[in-house]
Design a protein around this ligand. Structure first.
Ligand SMILES: C[S@@+](CC[C@H](N)C(=O)[O-])C[C@H]1O[C@@H](n2cnc3c(N)ncnc32)[C@H](O)[C@@H]1O
Length: 301
């Protein structure tokens, strides 16, 4: 059931702040406990405890990017300049991303070491029996296409295709993995017919798309059976929030979703959440709200 895979390191903020999956609702004196604990420990101390509890793989892009570091500047939706929607299309980004994170992560993964975000995608597919019969699979926001290799390493039996709105990423992916179908496509206006893929993976890209409502609709439309929203940052109580940061030498925005809003959007698009893996969680720096990065597996109903 939803939230069944909250790792140990996420239990602390769940207990402190209450969880969307209702763990804390089981305890009737929640607010007393939360206030007392906040007073005794303080948000900073809790965050540092969480960091210590988090066992992170070396060179993980995810670990470095997913906390709320001081260089995240919170802005309003209106303050995001239009050109930031194209930040990921900058031609220097793929090489920088590859050199900074992907190369080392892939080398580690090939050697059998753990890379947390890779492990999470593999686990959610395997745990739900989606690794056996060959499935037509599309990754939206595939970047340099490294998940094609991740799935192969772990013997996930899939006919993998990838798409990304950046021509430079698609050129890079095609060079790295010749023979795989990579296409330049915008997540908000995919040209694939309805139900083209058994599984569509929204590859940690919703958070970079202003019109995420449309991206969810399109992702659901082209999926026949399942959609995975991989590595999605969610906030428990705070409204959907917008941040500006600099990554790979470019200024870009990131959206962290109010989880209830996100789940309602899934529901609106006939996507029923059947599994969630939560990782990299903590307290949002401005509000102290509980945030987490979650991978959702949805079934089309
Ligand atoms: C953080 S990377 C994720 C890479 C990989 N899927 C993963 O999960 O590690 C986000 C990717 O989404 C792509 N992207 C951003 N906006 C997009 C859009 N509107 N349509 C398609 N891809 C988009 C970017 O170019 C980038 O490659």
């Amino acid at each position: 059931m939803v939230g069944a895979k909250e790792p140990l390191k996420c239990l602390l903020p769940l207990l402190m702040e209450g969880s969307a999956v209702g763990i804390w609702e089981l305890v009737s004196w929640r607010s007393v406990g939360s206030k007392l604990a906040n007073r005794l420990l303080g948000i900073k101390v809790i965050n540092s405890l969480l960091k210590k509890l988090s066992k992170r793989s070396r060179g993980s892009e995810f670990s470095k990017e997913s906390t709320h570091p001081s260089d995240y500047v919170e802005v309003t939706r209106e303050e995001i300049e239009e050109e930031l929607a194209n930040s990921w299309k900058d031609s220097k980004v793929p090489q920088i991303q590859f050199d900074t994170y992907t190369k080392e992560q892939l080398e580690n993964y090939r050697r059998g070491l753990s890379v947390e975000p890779y492990d999470v995608l593999v686990r959610i597919l395997k745990d739900n029996g989606l690794d056996g019969k060959r499935k037509r699979m599309l990754e939206v926001g595939c970047s340099t296409g490294y998940y094609s290799e991740v799935l192969k390493i772990k013997a996930i039996n899939s006919a993998y295709s990838g798409c990304d709105y950046s021509e430079s990423f698609i050129e890079f992916a095609t060079r790295l993995y010749p023979g795989i179908d990579f296409q330049v496509q915008d997540a908000c206006s995919l040209t694939y017919p309805d139900g083209s893929f058994d599984i569509v993976i929204s590859g940690c890209c919703l958070l970079h798309i202003m019109n995420y409502e449309k991206a969810i609709e399109e992702t659901a439309r082209i999926a026949k059976e399942y959609v995975v929203f991989h590595r999605t940052p969610v906030l428990h109580k705070k409204d959907t929030s917008y941040y500006i940061k600099t990554a790979y030498g470019v200024k870009m925005f990131e959206i962290h979703f109010n989880e209830r809003e996100l789940l309602k959007l899934f529901d609106k698009n006939n996507l029923k959440v059947i599994d969630i893996i939560t990782f990299n969680c903590g307290l949002e720096k401005n509000s102290g709200d509980f945030y987490a990065y979650k991978t959702y597996l949805c079934m089309k109903s």
